[in-house]
Write a protein that binds this ligand. Structure first.
Ligand code: ADP
Length: 484
């Protein structure tokens, strides 16, 4: 169950996981089905509308939802779209940029309850329910409470954390909207520092917990990364695992990528240079195959550390390197990078906007890829970079620490460059180290590219780990092994 699902609607990595993991699970013979809202802008024509409507218990009585059945593209995995126009037919998923819809608690309470009613209506009693992030946090809670003594109560629940920074916090007086009694509003369930916290309730109620990388799994049990819930997580550390996300290796493949001016693989890396020359020309940078090109892509938010990059830029401009940045987000950051793009057009180009095709071209064209994240639950771009022979320069945190191995100058091993401190100096010094490797130790740099391209980030590997987690959850819930 997920509140966003690629390729239908996406605001972040959660949608990618929701769209890719079920395919890998289905390939292992698991009967997996997806429930997601039907949002504005989705094409409905290809979806079959199921007979009848769901009567969904809500605090005001019953809400009614229609259900449409589609398939996850490229697979036979069923996707049940919950159709309720007043709740979901809106321009944004959760609210306008930087803001939240005031009825999000009601919308997603409805979504969670409708998933349970859907199971009953279609006669599907899952062994496992898998909820992602605060929008689906009520699902494990409802299974333990309103479904008590019913068949769905037997389902083991997994709650996966994609980002601790978003917990679904609401004012305490809104508790009645969940449909649950006031007796659940205490510090062992929903109450957290005087507010109603959906993620906390899920962390307490779910059979097992997971997050999207092993390092983030350790980090969120500490105050620096736990956003106030580190204590709750630390108490459940035996039940919490970190499983690294995979990437869509079909969409992100330099040998077949339709967005690239030249396609290449690990045996034809010289063709990557054509991608660089084409991007320099496209963006109006000096066309020069020798100069190192540094790519940066991401949401311009506090999480991604772009403020630190802003402070480091003057030092980076002193070196023989070009920098291309693609992103949207905080207005101040957008303005700052746009200004620099005009002031230092010989070295730097900022493209403000969301542009998937350009993201592919930047990954292919760049020699280095920079991610100075403050925290990073998993991160996808560093994995795309490795696959594209583009050497990542990343902060050692979360999934970045798990996917990039630091360069060893003695023998040229490793896959990228890591720095610890989130300071402009640490960032600039590490980029300097990467540039000196590029210019002065080209054999080492070629080895770094090759080593990165040979890594396995497929979903098949992650699906193995999820299946093991599902089996363990089943055993915990039922007291015996899954039969078969
Ligand atoms: P997060 O989910 O925190 O935003 P991830 O690295 O996990 O970070 O995933 C971000 C995804 O969004 C990647 O696929 C990245 O290429 C893409 N992306 C982010 N910003 C842009 C942009 N401005 N244009 C195109 N793609 C972008």
């Amino acid at each position: 169950m997920a509140s966003e699902l690629a390729p239908f609607r996406k605001t972040g990595g959660l949608a990618d996981v929701a769209g890719a993991l079920p395919k890998a699970l289905a390939a292992r013979g698991i009967d997996v089905r997806i429930v997601t809202p039907l949002y504005a802008g989705m094409s409905w024509d290809s979806q079959e509308r199921l007979d009848g409507v769901l009567r969904v218990p809500m605090y005001y009585g019953h809400g009614r939802a229609a259900v449409r059945l589609g398939r996850l593209p490229g697979s036979t995995v069923p996707v049940y779209f919950i159709e309720h126009h007043a709740y979901f037919d809106r321009p944004h998923l959760y609210g306008p940029p930087g803001d939240a819809y005031s009825d999000n608690l009601e919308r997603f309470s409805f979504f969670c309850r409708s998933a349970l009613e859907l199971c009953k209506a279609v006669g599907f009693t899952p062994d496992i329910v898998h909820a992602h992030d605060w929008q689906t946090a009520l699902l494990p809670v409802y299974i333990n409470t309103v479904e008590w003594g019913q068949p769905l109560h037997g389902a083991a629940s997994i709650f996966t954390i994609h980002n601790m920074a978003y917990q679904g916090v609401h004012e305490s007086g809104a508790m009645f909207i969940t449909g649950l009694g006031r007796e659940h509003y205490h510090s062992g369930e929903f109450e957290h520092f005087g507010d109603l916290n959906l993620m906390k309730a899920a962390l307490v109620h779910s059979t097992l917990l997971s997050t999207v990388s092993p390092t983030y799994c350790r980090e969120i049990q500490t105050p620096a990364f736990g956003y106030g819930l580190d204590g709750v997580l630390a108490r459940r550390h035996w039940d919490l695992v970190g499983i690294l996300n995979g990437i869509d290796t079909g969409e992100w493949n330099p040998a077949t990528d339709p967005h690239l001016p030249a396609r290449y693989d690990v045996e034809q890396l010289e063709r990557k240079t054509q991608c660089k020359l084409a991007l320099q020309a496209e963006l109006g940078l000096p066309v020069d195959e020798k100069v190192a090109l540094i790519g940066v892509i991401g949401r311009l938010t506090h999480q991604k550390g772009f403020d630190v990059l802003a402070h480091a830029l003057p030092r980076l401009f002193d070196w023989q390197a070009q920098i291309v940045l693609l992103g949207t987000g905080d207005r101040d950051a957008e303005d700052f990078f746009s200004y620099q793009s005009h002031a230092r057009g010989d070295r730097f180009r900022a493209v403000i906007g969301f542009n998937d095709a350009l993201a592919h071209r930047i990954e292919a064209a760049s020699d280095l890829f920079l991610m100075p994240s403050r925290f990073e639950p998993c991160g996808l771009n560093q994995m795309y970079s490795l696959r594209y022979g583009t050497v990542p320069v990343v902060r050692r945190t979360g999934g970045l620490a798990d996917t990039v191995q630091n360069y060893v100058e003695a023998d040229g091993s490793g896959t990228g460059f890591l720095f610890e401190d989130l300071t402009a100096d640490a960032l600039a010094n590490t980029v300097g180290w990467a540039l000196s490797t590029y210019y002065d130790r080209p054999q080492h740099f070629a080895r770094l590219r090759r080593s990165g391209m040979l890594q396995d980030f497929s979903w098949a590997r992650a699906a193995d780990a999820y299946e093991a987690l599902y089996r363990r959850a089943y055993r915990t819930r039922r007291g015996h092994d899954f039969p078969g």
